[in-house]
Design a protein around this ligand. Sequence first.
Ligand code: HEM
Length: 416
Amino acid sequence: MRSQVLGLVARRFTGGNGPYAGLSMLPDKILWPLHRDGLDPIPQMDDWRSGKPVARLPLPFGMRAWLVTGYEPVRAVLGSVDAYSNDFGRFAGKIGIGVTQDPGGLGFADPPDHTRLRKMLTPEFTMRRLARLQPRIEAIVAGRLDALAAIDGTADLWHEFALPIPALTICELLGVPYEDREYFQELSTTRFDLGAGGNAALGAIGASLDYIGGLIEQQRREPGDGLLGALIKAHGDDIEDRELAGVADGVLTGGLETSASMIALGALVLMTNPVMADKMRAGEDVDAMVEELLRYLTVVQVAFPRVAVRDVRVGDCDIREGDVVMCSLSGADRDTMFGPDPHKIDASRPANRSHVAFGYGIHRCIGAELARMELRTAYPALVRRFPALALAVPPAELQFRRSSVVFGLDCLPVRL
Ligand code: HEM
């Protein structure tokens, strides 16, 4: 049972086994927001956004669900705390998943639970607190570049660079001891290694939760200076070990595959866009280009599902209490409010942090600044160290994930 629940937590974003799993039994049209055409949302998303930015999804059995693709309506839904719930229990009944499969964590909690947990975590994600990680992220990136340089022939940028950077950064954040990092990194990455098979992934999730449990036990005796130690020092008496392990695992699930996909897909863009690569190498407008990559790639394709807790009007549609609402973040981030050509990746687009790649409202990504630190460090360092970086296969052979909440690929063969 434990590993089932953990499996759900780990796949919260992946769509493999999580709360989105029920969607795979539904008509293909409903999965459109999870499909892409190369790096772009499929063309139907444009039709939807311009014709029906809030659209009723064709669901069987009288179930009522909506897909929101327009930028303003997406922000309206995600910003209306009092009109929608993220509570897993409400959603589970709608798509035939038992409420006992609640993965827990911030993403599926409503206030006041959400407010309490988020308040505990927030001090660990302030710019001041995160600044201590910058030199560590630089060292992690340098280490991965050395590992790449040691490879003869074709290297897999996903496994060698994109995944280990966020995995090791999260070790730093949580306060995983140095001697355990290799083990913890392996466990963290195996759970997302779709090629390793379901059992390997579940085994890795169980093992990493057991590991986190042991770490908590040890840090209760002697709190370290990472997130776990800080939470124990500040709230040790108010938070149970189980909840603490859930929070730590939520940070790992939220911050690993998302950042890894951004690093891998961003590297792919840089390999095919010499103007952007040159600017990145020169350290020019790095922050603005990172925002443009976040907007253009929007790797978390849809937000957690919301359930309306009262009747509410969005655009010209009446959403009824109990309806499920899915917000397409990748659709919204190609809205013309970003300029006349939102499908173009533009190295000179003025800095714009109003994209919804990190969501919006009370569930907006708590790790956004940490993710930005990783991206701003990884991209320039990669193109500086390997100016001739290029794909080792024709672009048409790259295998993008077909219906996954976190968009990406599981292998990125490159020549250095
Ligand atoms: C580029 C990398 C990342 C992207 C694109 C991303 C995207 C998102 C999005 C879109 C949401 C909101 C989902 C919704 O409202 O339904 C979210 C929430 C969250 N993210 Fe991230 N994320 C990234 C990195 C991180 C990192 C590095 C961490 C932590 C170390 C993290 C931890 C979380 C957590 C805990 C939540 C739930 C917040 C809440 O419900 O209050 N994420 N993320």
